[in-house]
Design a protein around this ligand. Structure first.
Ligand code: G3P
Length: 493
C-alpha cells in the first residue's frame, strides 16, 4: 500500500479522544491505523464495556519516543521548583477527579471501592512527596587534593543529571499508584516519560495521565503508549532512545526485559512469596490479624502479599484457628459493595489459583476453609499441613490462597524462608526483638517486617526485591536516584 500523507482523527469511545499527547498523527502513517485498531476494556465484575484504547503500531510508538526525546531537552532546562509545582498541580487534579478515577480502578481491576479511592489519594500524597524530594536532590563538591598526589586546583562539581527518556511499565494491580510511583520521580528529575500501562488498567492509567495533562506540563514530555505487549513490548524495551526502564510485573517478563535491555539500566519490581514467620512466643491475635490482612487484601493480588505462613508447630493449631476465624469473617463478592475478596483479574488467574489448591489437596494438605469458586471469584482459602513439595508452598498464587507450613525446629525457619526463588519481604512475629533481628539478618529479602504484614508502603521507604523479586530499588528517593546519573564538571583553576 503506498505511503500517504493524511491526517487521521480517531473517533474513539475511550478517554483518549482530544488528548494532546495521544498520538493523533499528521504525516505518513499506515492508513490501516484506524479506530478499529483498538482493544475494548470490560469490567472485572459484570463485563461492562468501560471503554477502549488504541493498539499503537511500532511506528506510532517510535514517533512518541521521538517526540518525548525532543521535549526532554527543554524539560530538563525547566527550573526544578517549576517541575515541582506541576507535580503538585497534578496531585490536586487527581484529588479533584478522585471519584471518577477511583471508580474506574474499581471496575477495571476489581478493587473494592474504598481501596480504589484510597489508591488515588495515596498517589496524590506520593506525587507531592516526590515533588519535595526532587527539590532536595543535591550533588557533591570534591577537592582534588583530598587524594594523595591530587591538586587543589582541581575541583569537581558532581550533580545528578536526568537520564533522558524513561520507559515506565506498570501492572494491573495498582494502575494509578504504581504508575505514578515511576512517572513522578522521572518528571521531577527532568526526564521525559513513555508510559506503558497494563492492558487491564489502561483506562485508569489514562485518566491519571489526563489529570497530568491538565497541568502546565509541556506537550510531549509524557506519552501514554498503549498496545499489545507482544507487538510493541520488545520494540519499546530495545529502542535506542529509551534511557532507562522501570518495570513492575511478573518475574518472567521482568527477566525478559532485563535480557533485552542490554546497556539500558533497568529497575524491576517483580514477584514474591513473602513468608509470615510465627514463633511460639508471638502475639497470636496480632499475628492472625496481620496475616489475614496481608494475605487477602485485594484478593492476594499484591506482590507484597503474605503468601505462606511458617509457624512453630507448638502454636500452629491455635494460630490456624485464629486465622480461620478471621478468614471466615471476610466479605466476599462485589467490589462496589466493599467486599474484601473480589473476583480475580481474569479467568487465567483464577484457574491458576484453583490449580494450586487442587494440587495441595491431592498431595495431602488439609482444607481449613474455602476452596469454593464462582467463575473468577475464588473464596479465601486456608490450607494447613502444607509441605515444601506442594506447588502452593513455592509458587506465587496472586490470589486468595494461604498455605500453612508447620516448623518443628526454629533453626528451620531461615532455610525454609530462603528456599524460595523470591526474596521480596518477610514478616516475623515474636515478642523478642533480638530473635527477630537474628532471623531477619539471615533472610535473603529486601525488607523484614517485625510484627506486621508485609507491604510496600509508606511509599518513601526504599522498596527492594532480591533474587527473582527484583533488580534495583524503588521508593521515592531511590527512584529519583535510579532515573538520574552522576555528571561531573571539573574545574582546573
Ligand atoms: O503489588 C505491588 C506492590 O507494590 C504492593 O504494594 O502497598 O500493597 O504493599 P502494597
Amino acid at each position: 500500500m503506498p505511503d500517504v500523507t493524511v491526517s487521521i482523527t480517531f473517533d474513539l469511545i475511550s478517554p483518549f479522544k482530544n488528548n494532546q499527547n495521544y498520538q493523533f498523527f499528521e504525516g505518513v502513517v499506515n492508513i490501516s491505523a484506524t479506530a478499529t485498531n483498538e482493544k475494548k476494556v470490560y469490567s472485572v465484575v459484570g463485563q461492562e464495556e468501560l471503554g477502549a484504547f488504541p493498539l499503537l503500531t511500532k511506528e506510532e510508538a517510535g514517533q512518541a519516543i521521538e517526540k518525548a526525546k525532543q521535549a526532554q531537552k527543554y524539560w530538563e532546562e525547566e527550573e526544578v521548583y517549576k517541575r515541582a509545582e506541576i507535580l503538585h498541580a497534578w496531585a490536586d487534579k487527581l484529588l479533584e477527579n478522585q471519584a471518577q478515577i477511583g471508580d474506574m480502578i474499581m471496575k477495571e481491576v476489581g478493587k473494592n471501592k474504598s481501596s480504589a479511592w484510597k489508591e488515588v489519594a495515596r498517589t496524590a500524597d506520593l506525587i507531592r512527596y516526590t515533588a519535595e524530594e526532587g527539590c532536595r536532590i543535591h550533588g557533591d563538591l570534591l577537592r582534588g587534593d583530598s587524594f594523595k598526589g591530587g591538586s587543589s586546583n582541581k575541583i569537581a562539581m558532581a550533580e545528578r543529571a536526568p537520564r533522558g527518556v524513561i520507559l515506565a511499565i506498570s501492572p494491573f494491580n495498582y494502575p494509578v499508584n504504581l504508575a505514578a510511583s515511576k512517572i513522578a520521580p522521572a518528571l521531577i528529575s527532568g526526564n521525559a516519560v513513555i508510559f506503558k500501562p497494563a492492558s487491564q488498567g489502561t483506562l485508569s492509567g489514562k485518566l491519571m495521565i489526563d489529570a497530568l495533562l491538565e497541568t502546565e506540563l509541556p506537550a510531549d514530555v509524557v506519552h501514554c503508549v498503549t498496545g499489545k505487549g507482544s507487538e510493541i513490548g520488545d520494540y519499546l524495551v530495545t529502542h535506542p532512545d529509551i534511557s532507562m526502564i522501570t518495570f513492575t510485573g511478573s518475574t518472567e517478563v521482568g527477566q525478559s526485559i532485563s535480557e533485552k535491555a542490554k546497556m539500558i539500566p533497568v529497575v524491576l519490581e517483580l514477584g514474591g512469596k513473602d513468608p509470615a514467620i510465627v514463633l511460639k512466643n508471638a502475639d497470636l491475635d496480632l499475628a492472625a490479624s496481620q496475616i489475614v490482612s496481608g494475605a487477602f487484601s485485594y484478593s492476594g493480588q499484591r506482590c507484597t502479599a503474605i503468601k505462606r505462613v511458617l509457624v512453630d508447630n507448638a502454636v500452629a493449631d491455635e494460630l490456624t484457628s485464629k486465622i480461620k476465624k478471621k478468614v471466615d469473617e471476610l466479605t466476599v463478592g462485589n467490589p462496589e459493595e466493599e467486599a474484601a475478596v473480589t473476583p480475580l483479574i481474569d479467568e487465567k488467574a483464577a484457574d491458576f489459583v484453583q490449580g494450586l489448591i487442587d494440587d495441595a489437596l491431592e498431595n495431602g494438605a488439609s482444607l481449613v476453609t474455602g476452596n469454593q469458586r464462582e467463575e473468577n471469584l475464588i473464596y479465601p482459602t486456608l490450607l494447613d499441613n502444607v509441605t515444601p513439595g506442594m506447588k502452593v508452598a513455592y509458587e506465587e498464587p496472586f490470589g486468595p490462597v494461604l498455605p500453612i507450613i508447620r516448623v518443628s525446629d526454629e533453626a528451620d525457619f531461615v532455610e525454609l524462608a530462603n528456599e524460595s526463588e523470591y526474596g521480596l519481604q518477610a514478616s516475623i512475629f515474636t515478642n523478642n526483638v533480638q530473635t527477630a533481628m537474628n532471623i531477619g539478618s539471615k533472610l535473603n529479602v529486601g525488607s523484614v517486617q517485625l510484627n506486621a504484614k508485609t507491604e510496600r508502603g509508606p511509599d518513601h521507604f526504599p522498596f527492594i526485591g532480591s533474587k527473582n523479586s527484583g533488580l534495583g530499588a524503588q521508593g521515592i528517593r531511590r527512584s529519583i536516584e535510579s532515573m538520574t546519573r552522576d555528571k561531573l564538571f571539573i574545574m582546573n583553576v
